[in-house]
Design a protein around this ligand. Structure first.
Ligand code: GLA
Length: 393
């Protein structure tokens, strides 16, 4: 996203968003829908390998006020104040043509039309409190709010699985980011106090209790302000390595390789591909272990798995960056029980599972470490598992 696409930090209420809609477009909205961003607790770059992920929806959302129009015109406006009203037509929805945040709603409309759903012309006003480019899936928050609205307004009756696939199509084929299904699954399926344990092979999902407060913990997000885009080459090249690894090992997807198979795999793969494969295989295993611990010992026990996940992404998958490593190392050295980068990598945010008592120390130490290193000041805030997409007015 461009730097001018800036989200606000305080949510605009459904009532105020509807009022602003009327002011901007001159008629009433048919309704207001919201969908959250996500933090991935663990399970990175496993989704497109048909593996396991454990993300949760966060208490930061994109909200859209929408009204159906009688013609084929589409008018889009955001509270970011960047582009004014963008006017287009259903007939000019073509991959690669949309700019800035408008590619997300337009991508969803395009993907639904590809499925044969009769998407109408519409007016749409967007507000979002999901920080942009922070690796918290601000784009999927928009897409999931929009698809929820269109699902209701068209009476299409799509279930979560179908909405997940349609938003993935929007991302892959309209936006041009070859991403998997984790982010939209968290945004659509999230629930307060829970993480979403998802098997990306068949979209089988289960809610796993994840509450930090009763355990005396907070989950800190450290937004490094290093921006990334999954439409750039890094994400796609990692995905290509995984596909190559699966092909050489003769499996449908890396999901089918177990930790015990790695020794043999080392002899069959080139050194770099082997490390990419080892990350995915061990990460899948860490997701399963994390779920087991959350079901039993509770969140305080998962720290070492978060740490191991980060090391694997830093050294084997090579998708971290100096800012993410500094955020993770400094958090750990100042009392966090575990920390890792979250999301696709190459920038974005780290998470640090931290005892409430150590929260201030971690915040201060990370801010100082960034300043000492000459990095941009990070944004540090807490998140907790929140509800998934819904209509709010
Ligand atoms: C991005 C993608 C997801 C997933 C993660 C890495 O967030 O959108 O599909 O691949 O990166 O785990």
């Amino acid at each position: 996203m461009s730097s001018q696409d800036q989200a606000g930090t305080a949510p605009v209420s459904a009532h105020d968003l509807a009022a602003r809609f009327t002011e901007a477009f001159g008629g009433a909205a048919d309704g207001v829908w919201q969908a959250p961003g996500r933090v991935n607790l663990i399970g990175e770059h496993t989704d497109y390998n048909e593996g396991f992920v454990l993300p949760f929806a966060i208490d930061r959302t994109a909200r859209v006020a929408v009204a159906v129009r009688p013609d084929r015109t589409v008018r889009l406006l955001s509270t970011y104040g960047d582009q004014g009203i963008v006017t287009t037509s259903l007939d000019s929805l073509h991959p690669g043509t949309a700019k800035g945040w408008t590619k997300y709603p337009l991508g969803v409309m395009w993907a639904l039309r590809q499925r044969g759903i009769d998407v109408p012309g519409l007016d749409l006003l967007l507000d979002s409190t999901v920080p942009l480019g922070a690796g918290l899936s601000s784009s999927h928050a928009i897409e999931c709010a929009v698809i929820s609205a269109l699902n209701d307004l068209t009476g299409a009756g799509l279930g979560a699985e179908e909405m997940v696939l349609a938003t993935q199509r929007a991302e892959n084929d309209f936006v041009g980011a070859p991403t998997g299904i984790m982010d939209q699954s968290a945004s659509l399926r999230g629930a307060k106090g829970h993480a979403v344990f998802l098997d990306c092979r068949d979209q089988k999902a289960a809610l796993v209790p994840f509450e930090t407060e009763p355990a005396g913990l907070v989950l800190l997000v450290i937004d490094t302000k290093v921006s990334h885009s999954h439409a750039d080459g890094g994400y796609a090249s990692r995905r290509a390595s995984c596909e190559l690894g699966a092909e050489v090992l003769g499996v449908k997807a890396l999901r089918d390789v177990q930790v015990g198979d790695l020794e043999e795999a080392a002899g069959l793969l080139d050194e770099v591909t082997f490390r990419r494969v080892r990350h995915v295989v061990t990460e899948n295993d860490r997701v399963l272990q994390t779920v087991e611990l959350l079901d039993g010992a509770g969140p305080a026990a998962i720290g070492p798995l978060l740490d191991a996940s980060h090391v694997s992404m830093r050294d084997d998958f090579e998708i971290s960056c100096p800012e993410l490593d500094l955020a993770v190392d400094t958090s750990r050295a100042n009392g966090a029980l575990g920390a890792r980068m979250t999301g696709g990598g190459f920038g974005g945010a780290a998470i640090a599972l931290t005892p409430v008592d150590a929260e201030q120390q971690v915040r201060t130490a990370v801010a100082k470490a960034f300043s000492d290193a000459g990095f941009k000041a990070p944004d540090i805030f807490t998140v907790s598992p929140a509800a998934g997409a819904m209509r709010i007015a």
